[in-house]
Structures are given as structure tokens and as C-alpha cells.
Design a protein around this ligand. Structure first.
Ligand code: AMP
Length: 173
């Protein structure tokens, strides 16, 4: 893999959003067009190699990376959103957090049966969000052909939640 320009730009913010969490802030990557272009190109290359027919972006930073990937490949883009944001007919999946649960939703008409979906987010941590998004795609009759992340926090073992799926992460910590 080439040198990933975004790697030098990601900013560590300790104790955000709560004590003990080292937040990987990708906003400086968005401010650098070359780093952003490279990240989008590499994610699009993987999505294409996995045979993607639709790109699913996970709210909210998955939208920022997912939309340009979809545009580059000429593919549809679909949102996996947090609870209560999608207006039309939808399904939801819950996943566990350290304390409590979160919910993601997708519109029921967003995936066609058999369609191959490539799921994009900025960062893979425990994998709960990505796994719930995959369940949504599969309940709608689609297939998850792969996951693309800018960053993987490999010490959190998120891949264990995504066994059997191809996972591509540009930067690993
Ligand atoms: P998880 O479900 O644990 O894999 O969490 C993934 C989601 O939470 C992604 O949408 C990330 O944007 C966000 N996230 C989790 N941990 C971090 C972190 N340390 N830094 C930045 N974003 C994070």
C-alpha cells in the first residue's frame, strides 16, 4: 500500500467524548484535499474489487467518505442513520455500547434483493455499529461484499464482530 497521507493528519484528542477515550479526529483530513482524494481513491478501489453495487455510509462520518466513493464508482449511496432521523418506511437494528444501546436505521427501499453493498465508515472500533449496519443490509435482502474504513483501532478487536466479511482499513492503530 502507498504511504497514506491521512495518517499524519489524524489528531488524537484524549478524554473525548469521555474520560479514557482517545478520540481519533479526522477533521484535519477533510481539510486536506490531497489526503482526502487519496483516501477516497483507495476505498473506491477496494469497493470496486469487492464488486460493490451500492455504497452504504454509516452516520455521520461514513457519509463524508461514502458519498465520494459512490460518485467515483457511479454507484448509488445509501445512509445507515441513527434512530429517528430517516423519514420514510424503515427498519432498525440495536447494538450494545459500553453502557446501554444504540440503534441504526435504513429505509426499506434502499437495498434491492441480492444487491452487493460495501459499507463505509471513518473508523472501526468495537465493530458494533458496522455489524448492526450489515444486519440491516442483510434483512433487506442484500449482501455485504466488504467494509471500508479510514482507521481501524485493531486493539479493540472489531474484526471479531465482522467475521467472514472482507475488511479494508487504510490506517491501523
Ligand atoms: P464501534 O461501533 O465501536 O466500532 O464504533 C464505531 C463508531 O464510533 C464510528 O462511527 C466512529 O466514528 C466512532 N468511534 C468510536 N471510537 C472512536 C474513536 N476512538 N475515535 C473516533 N471515533 C470513534
Amino acid at each position: 500500500m502507498p504511504e497514506i497521507l491521512a495518517a499524519k493528519l489524524i489528531r488524537d484528542v484524549p478524554d473525548f467524548p469521555k474520560e479514557g477515550i482517545m478520540f481519533k479526529d479526522v477533521t484535519p483530513v477533510l481539510m486536506d484535499a490531497k489526503a482526502m482524494q487519496q483516501a477516497v481513491d483507495l476505498l473506491a478501489e477496494d469497493a470496486k474489487a469487492q464488486g460493490a453495487e451500492v455504497i452504504v455510509g454509516i452516520e455521520s462520518r461514513g457519509f463524508i467518505f461514502g458519498v465520494p466513493v459512490a460518485l467515483k464508482l457511479g454507484l448509488p449511496f445509501v445512509m445507515a442513520r441513527k434512530l429517528g432521523k430517516l423519514p420514510a418506511d424503515k427498519i432498525h437494528e440495536e447494538y450494545a455500547l459500553e453502557y446501554g444501546t444504540n440503534t441504526v436505521e435504513m429505509h426499506t427501499d434502499s437495498i434491492r434483493p441480492g444487491q452487493k453493498a460495501y459499507v463505509v465508515d471513518d473508523l472501526l472500533a468495537t465493530g458494533g455499529t458496522a455489524a448492526a449496519s450489515a444486519r440491516l443490509v442483510e434483512r433487506l435482502g442484500g449482501k455485504v461484499c466488504g467494509f471500508g474504513f479510514l482507521v481501524e483501532l485493531s486493539f479493540l478487536g472489531g474484526r471479531q464482530n465482522l467475521l467472514g466479511y472482507p475488511i479494508h482499513a487504510l490506517i491501523e492503530y
